[in-house]
Design a protein around this ligand. Sequence first.
Ligand code: NAP
Ligand code: ZN
Ligand code: ZN
Length: 349
Amino acid sequence: MTATTTVAAYAAPAAKAPLERATVERRAVGEHDVLIDIAFVGICHSDIHQVRAGWGEAIFPMVPGHEIAGVVSAVGPGATRFGVGDRVGVGCMVDTCRECDDCRAGLEQYCAEGPVWTYNSVGRDGQPTLGGYSERIVVDENYVVCIPDGLALDVAAPLLCAGITTYSPLRHWNAGPGKRVAVIGLGGLGHMAVQLAHALGAEVTVLSQSLRKKDDGLRLGADHYCATSDPATFEKAAGRYDLVLNTVSAPLDFAAYLSLLRTDGTMVNLGLPEERVEIALQALSGRRRSLSSSGIGGIAETQEMLDFCAEHRVAAEIETIRADEINEAYERVLRSDVRYRFVIDTATL
Ligand code: NAP
Ligand code: ZN
Ligand code: ZN
């Protein structure tokens, strides 16, 4: 394809404005590009933070969407990794410098120049990037991954962000047999963290605001399920965990959650609240605890995660929606009323 194409999309015209039907231009398929017909795209809480400009200035109109699953419909002359008809995914980044130490180490998400994000970012061609709430997207093949046959496209889409964002820290901090992992928040990221930590062999506890979703948590693979609204949860579990993954989108009482770590345990913050947070460092020094964070995962690691999910029969639990239900779905995510990822059927765009 040598010309740009106009495709249907859903876009936010301005910060905090509802999303509405729109059209966007996709660039011509370049030498190393693939054109993807998007089938499904997940709604990540990061979409909501950015549509509301909650993380700072943002680029509008914004087409969110970085949990993209679809089928290749054209490839550039120099593209060798994919062919027409391949089932593929695109996550949070669509380009990086490819030369820095992190890019060379497969840690593209930490690229020294900063990745080109799938939307709300500026591409190396100087154009704003537009995400997956759209019919088609053109992406350099090096930032595209293969969706294994065993995974349906709708339940695979959320793996491209929620899956890799939880898989990467679980692997980095060696979640596995003999390790106790706690997951704070049973939402999009949380329900993937529970399934992945369980599949890796760890003992898993969900720390949720209430016991409302207990049956689901246990079915997804949790060994224990506790309500954080109950102060006894913190008394009983003090010093218990090797690893605590925090997936909550709002600030928490860090001292309370850090007290759950054993000596040398680590709390990894995956949630990215819009507000600044404060902690008293004594919560760390008492038992040589670590407080860290982690961003998505590299491209090769994303492929490894997808293969792991296919092998272990792990996928997202989804509620499929029409495009005209996006704004309502955002409200439900904000109320923690999601089981456990909304996925947009792009045929309804
Ligand atoms: P989500 O589906 O809304 O899940 C968050 C869960 O946190 C909720 O379901 C709820 O679970 C709990 N929660 C919400 N508000 C809370 C509060 N005020 N206090 C305590 N618990 C609360 O969101 P998500 O898509 O999983 O994303 C979560 C966060 O991760 C967002 O901030 C997002 O931007 C960030 N994120 C970061 C990365 C990264 O690379 N680091 C990647 C993707 C997303 P319960 O009802 O079970 O308590
Ligand atoms: Zn995301
Ligand atoms: Zn780089």
